[in-house]
Design a protein around this ligand. Structure first.
Ligand SMILES: [Zn+2]
Length: 190
């Protein structure tokens, strides 16, 4: 949610208010009915407003175009893959059930289950290989870093070599910090 265009009423407040108003209206309209009936009626109206809220929550991400959508694109791809995998596996299970019940011919079952199995395998492989863009990007970044280190062009390497030069090597062969006054191994003055 963005801070700058916060609506006057939050969606849930709107639905709750609407539900309560409708319940009140129901009570007014239903005067003359037995109290039990009125309670059941108003409860129904309130629960309908909750259903409305649920539907709003479910649909609002689809309608609103949030600015962070590109950032979560990798995550969504992975989620989509997981969802499709679950769907394919469920279809496979249903297919096997139908076959066991004798609803499908053997030839049809063989063909369809082979196709579903191949699809599920492909999805699993994609997921294992890091179907999300985030993993791919991380892999590529790491690859580039190691490559540039090999070239000797990396900026990451330079401080390390400079430090190595400035290290104070003692007569005993121990390398001490650049600002060390005494050897940390033998205690000799540097
Ligand atoms: Zn020493």
């Amino acid at each position: 949610m963005t801070d700058d265009k916060e609506p006057f009423l939050q969606p849930w407040q709107f639905f709750l208010l609407g539900g309560m108003l409708a319940a009140t209206a129901t009570v007014i309209v239903a005067t003359g009915q037995s109290p039990a009936n009125i309670i059941i009626l108003s409860l129904t109206v309130v629960s309908v407003s909750f259903v409305g809220l649920g539907a709003y929550r479910m649909l609002s991400p689809l309608v609103s175009d949030q600015p962070e959508t590109p950032m979560t694109f990798g995550g969504r791809t992975r989620v989509a893959l997981e969802r499709e995998k679950a769907l394919v596996l469920r279809s496979l299970k249903e297919l096997e059930f139908d076959f066991a019940m004798g609803k499908i011919a053997k030839a049809d079952f063989d063909e369809m289950s082979a196709r579903l199995r191949a699809r599920a395998l492909g999805l699993m492989r994609q997921l294992d290989a890091g179907g999300g863009y985030r993993e791919q990007i991380a892999k590529e970044v790491e690859e580039r870093l190691t490559r540039s280190e090999g070239d000797g062009l990396s900026h990451r390497r330079e401080p390390a070599t400079a430090e190595a030069v400035a290290l104070r090597t003692c007569d005993c062969g121990t390398q001490n910090d650049p600002d060390a006054k005494f050897c940390k191994n033998c205690g000799a003055k540097l």
